[in-house]
Design a protein around this ligand. Structure first.
Ligand SMILES: NC(=O)C1=CN([C@@H]2O[C@H](COP(=O)(O)OP(=O)(O)OC[C@H]3O[C@@H](n4cnc5c(N)ncnc54)[C@H](O)[C@@H]3O)[C@@H](O)[C@H]2O)C=CC1
Ligand SMILES: O=C(CO)COP(=O)(O)O
Length: 334
């Protein structure tokens, strides 16, 4: 048991799931902007829109007053999609107490600035310890009580251990890591590769194709990570390979779903119009391209995904192109 009070922002699939997990260890106040969601969590102990069929702990309290969630919190957790992350953080700033750690659950980059979420936290809330919880963590599976593992990454090796126990429970095993950038990058980049894998699945490609994309995707993730000074081991861990496998193979993944529909020949605008949940890879792809250029790293799969997302080519054309490109050494970028 922990004495820390937690303010968790974001009443979507993952915010609600993490709130339910942490409630076992500490009191959690979940802020959601939608008043109906707040009422449903408090009265019915469910969030049917995002987690159909799941029963939430009765102890979990939701509010639509962000001050109520943040002002008394010893830890603030951000479950807000990346493109809205900064605006919510600006609100957090009005209520948060000094030195309270802020942990991101989000797996995207801010489009205009190409910043990671922990960078945004440090910019908006200087002086607050920052971290990220990330790994192969499909929300609905965890709510259904299936075992999973995750990583909490913070630069401070002491604070990270304190927070490890806050997020851990019997079926949710949380490891620590001090490579914040590597862990965060893993979560961002696997979404792009999951879109590529989805395209292949939508086009009827085989298991060998999927395995090749995952492996070559991991190689380009590791190259960008190396250029950005990350620890190479991070990418073979839960935040890298682990999350890559979960997202690239699960029917639950929203990013893979976007890829499947692109593979069937639909446009991103059409696919997005009928999705109410976020697919971070589709939003972050241009920022990933900008990072690759900034660090001089070749990312052929991410580039193809970006070109399909932006309507410059089709999934069918890039998959045909893949077969035409001659392969070099396995250590080469192509
Ligand atoms: N769903 C999953 O299995 C996992 C998701 N993540 C990451 O967690 C982050 C959040 O994703 P999900 O909860 O899955 O998304 P979601 O699409 O299920 O829910 C997003 C929630 O954010 C809220 N929201 C959006 N903009 C807002 C704003 N300006 N102010 C207040 N609330 C706002 C929405 O109302 C919604 O409740 C994403 O970055 C995602 O990549 C990470 C691990 C697992
Ligand atoms: O990050 C996730 C699993 O770890 C969720 O993936 P999707 O956003 O593609 O559903």
């Amino acid at each position: 048991m922990n004495n820390l009070k937690v303010g968790l922002l974001g009443g979507g699939s993952w915010g609600t799931t993490v709130a339910a997990l942490v409630t076992r260890n500490a009191p959690v106040t979940l802020w959601a902007r939608n008043a109906d969601t707040v009422r449903e969590i408090n009265q019915q102990h469910s969030n049917e829109t995002y987690l159909p069929g799941a029963r939430l702990p009765e102890k979990l309290r939701a509010t639509s007053d962000i001050g109520e969630a943040v002002a008394g919190a010893d830890v603030v957790v951000m479950g807000i999609p990346s493109q809205n992350f900064r605006s919510v953080l600006e609100e957090v700033r009005k209520h948060i107490r000094p030195w309270v750690p802020v942990i991101s659950l989000s797996k995207g980059l801010e489009l205009d600035t190409r910043m990671r979420m922990t960078e945004i936290i440090s910019q908006v809330l200087p002086g607050h310890p920052v971290g990220v919880l990330t790994g192969p963590n499909l929300a609905r599976e965890i709510m259904a009580g299936q075992a999973a593992a995750s990583v909490i990454a913070m630069e401070d090796a002491i604070i990270v251990r304190e927070l490890q126990s806050l997020f851990s429970s019997g079926l949710f095993r949380v490891y620590t890591n001090t490579d914040v950038v590597g862990c965060e990058l893993g979560g961002v980049l696997k979404n792009i590769i999951a879109i590529a894998v989805g395209m292949g699945d939508g086009l009827g490609a085989g298991d060998n194709t999927r395995a090749s994309l995952i492996t070559r995707g991991l190689a380009e993730m590791s190259r960008l990570g190396a250029a950005m000074g990350c620890q190479p081991e991070t990418f073979s861990g839960l935040a890298g390979m682990g999350d890559m496998i979960a997202t690239c193979t699960s029917p639950q993944s929203r990013n893979r779903h976007v890829g499947i529909e692109l593979g069937r020949g639909r446009s991103l605008a059409d696919i997005s119009a009928e999705m109410f949940m976020v697919a971070e890879g589709a939003k972050s792809a241009p920022a990933v391209m900008a990072l690759a250029e900034q660090y001089g790293v070749e990312m052929p799969i991410a580039t193809d995904v970006y070109n399909v997302l932006s309507g410059q080519t089709s999934a069918q054309r890039i998959f045909r192109g893949l077969l035409r490109v001659s392969a070099g050494a396995e250590s080469d970028p192509g």
